[in-house]
Design a protein around this ligand. Structure first.
Ligand code: HEC
Length: 120
């Protein structure tokens, strides 16, 4: 009887621990916020943004220069460039952009910006 109670208690405790460890599903609002803080100075639309200028030159009109106008970006692509950098773009440390923030940012950019705007 006692052992059964103990086992049941352990099972319950594990279940509680597991559900507490599950990632929050509503990270979407973080995407636009992280973009504004770390990426917009270089990647916003319009003149004067080095990332937008460089990508306009790279794609020669085949793709938009501004990241928020792209529809071809995948979360994997965004995560790769954010963690590795390219040319004058720095890579970002986890103390600057955490994995959770990066996931939200990558989701936001790969959805053409619609993902975050919907929840705002
Ligand atoms: C200091 C300016 C700067 C900042 C800040 C910056 N970038 Fe960049 N980024 C660039 C430049 C410049 C390029 C283009 C490099 C090249 O290929 O010539 C680029 C390229 C990229 C690319 C590759 C796109 C492609 O099609 O080649 C992605 C994706 C990207 N940046 C995402 C981001 C994200 C997300 C952030 C914010 C976390 C960010 N960047 C912050 C300057 C910046």
């Amino acid at each position: 009887m006692k052992a059964t109670t103990l086992v049941a208690g352990l099972v319950l405790a594990c279940a509680a621990a597991l559900s507490a460890a599950a990632p929050a599903s509503s990270t979407n609002a973080a995407g636009p916020h992280v973009f504004e803080k770390w990426c917009a100075p270089c990647h916003a639309a319009g003149p004067g943004h080095p990332g937008t200028i460089a990508l306009s030159a790279k794609y020669q009109g085949r793709l938009p220069g501004a990241l928020l106008e792209r529809t071809d970006l995948t979360p994997q692509t965004v995560s790769y460039f954010v963690r590795h950098g390219v040319s004058v773009m720095p890579f970002f440390r986890k103390t600057e952009i955490s994995d959770v923030e990066l996931a939200a940012l990558a989701q936001f950019l790969s959805s053409g910006g619609s993902e975050g705007r919907r929840v705002q």
